[in-house]
Ligand binder design. Structure first.
Ligand code: PMT
Length: 397
């Protein structure tokens, strides 16, 4: 694999394991440059990494570079992946705080490459809320982490903090290197989850959407290098990493939020299950029951996708979904025309393993030229890849 990995080694007891990591990376025929912090040199000698990487080891920002090649900006630009192993609480804190006072932190600050951190520290340090806050901040900025393993630590404590095995670290690095960033620079707007239409302060109308389909699209897009805005109804899903997420409840709120971002987007993928109707009147207080039947008058909500179809600019790709229980293809085709879609992802909710809540979906992708792709049951992430592949082709047209 003709890629460049810059390995940052910091001053943790596990620094010696970084040698094994470098040796394994070399076996994948990767080019490896090593940067060592001052404290790392207390644990392992630069010469070890020089012989393993077959490149000069950078140990000090102000040292005369042996060749122009190791100048810190050059390293930052050269890296396809920046791997910090072990990553101490100190380095996490410095990077999260924007401190760049040595070669390692300066190069990370300057690189556009993906950053993978294999953290290792005492369990109590790792569980410290400050460290966890810093990790969360870096994850939200799109940095990747290999979690520490649980076990007996050098200090005698037992718990989560040991550096993960070199093999696991290298596997993660290879995975990141092999993901093709074919959506780099593309702006993708995704809607996901249900909407909630209030009846009174206690009750509301919603649907079974879990958000999994939309979150799968958003996460896959960001992994492929896209800039992603996710507008999400209420779900129980973890906030996806490296994505700007806006939470909404009602269709009107989703409508407002989507229109705010529509101009910005190259691609819009509308997987949210949007309520077509809302209670005409929302009671200020809890509606008390009595012995009679009770009916609620519903009012039409805006059709967000229809509105986007009207506003769609040349070069924008608009993708809708169709959630049907009958006449799937007929209903889906109607939506393509009516809403000026580029293609639609139609799923029959009555099929086992399709639609709401499941980790899988069974969909038919139909484009505006009538071309139809029948997708077998697959993980929603896999379907997300297909949807993004199709959107990418349309963007390139
Ligand atoms: O979230 P999961 O549990 O993973 O389930 C996934 C899913 C079943 C929700 C998803 O695969 C799906 O089918 N999403 C679309 C659900 C839906 O509202 O389909 P629809 O046929 O009612 O709407 C058609 C399209 O118009 C959709 O893109 C929808 O986002 C959009 N719409 C609908 C109504 C409305 N008022 N405004 C809209 O924009």
């Amino acid at each position: 694999m003709n890629k460049n990995v810059v390995v940052g080694v910091t001053g943790g007891i596990a620094a010696y394991k970084a040698a094994d990591v470098v040796s394994r990376l070399k076996k994948h025929s990767l080019n490896v440059n090593v940067i060592m912090t001052k404290s790392a040199q207390q644990f392992i000698h630069p010469l070890t990494f020089q012989s393993l990487s077959q490149n000069y080891v950078v140990t000090d920002m102000f040292e005369e570079p042996k060749t122009w090649e190791v100048e810190h900006i050059a390293l930052a630009q050269k890296a396809d992946l920046f791997l910090v192993v072990p990553t101490t609480a100190n380095v996490i804190g410095k990077i999260a705080g924007g401190i760049a006072d040595d070669m390692l932190t300066t190069t990370i600050m300057a690189t556009k490459a993906q950053v993978l951190m294999a953290s290792a520290m005492n369990t109590n340090m790792y569980n410290n809320p400050i460290v966890q806050e810093n990790i969360k901040k870096l994850k939200n900025l799109g940095m990747h982490f290999v979690e520490p393993a649980v076990g007996r630590l050098a200090c005698g404590d037992y718990g989560k903090g040991k550096l993960a095995e070199p093999e696991e670290i290298v596997n993660e690095a290879i995975k990141l290197l092999s993901i093709n960033k074919d959506l780099q620079g593309k702006k993708i707007l995704v809607t996901a989850g249900p909407t909630k239409e209030p009846i009174d302060p206690v009750r509301y109308i919603t649907n079974h959407s879990s958000g999994k389909m939309g979150y799968a699209v958003a996460e896959t897009a960001v992994a492929r290098g896209a800039e992603v805005v996710l507008i999400s109804g209420p779900t129980n899903l973890e906030n996806p990493v490296g994505i700007k997420k806006f939470d909404v409840n009602t269709t009107n709120e989703m409508y407002e939020e989507v229109l705010k971002h529509f101009e910005w987007a190259d691609v819009v993928i509308k997987s949210a299950a949007v309520a077509d109707y809302r209670p005409s009147v929302v009671a200020d207080n809890k509606i008390k029951k009595n012995d009679d039947d009770f009916s609620i008058k519903l009012t039409r909500n805006p059709d967000i996708l229809m509105e986007l179809g009207k506003r769609k600019k040349k070069g924008q790709v608009l993708v809708g979904f169709a959630a049907e229980t009958q006449n799937l293809l007929e209903n889906a085709k109607k939506k393509i025309q009516k809403k000026n879609l580029d293609f639609i992802v139609a799923n029959d909710l009555t099929k086992k393993g399709a639609g709401f809540k499941s980790d899988t979906n069974i969909a038919t992708i139909i484009d505006k030229n009538g071309h139809l792709e029948q997708c077998a049951k697959m993980e929603k992430k896999e379907l997300a890849e297909k949807i993004l592949d199709k959107a990418k082709i349309l963007l390139e047209e």
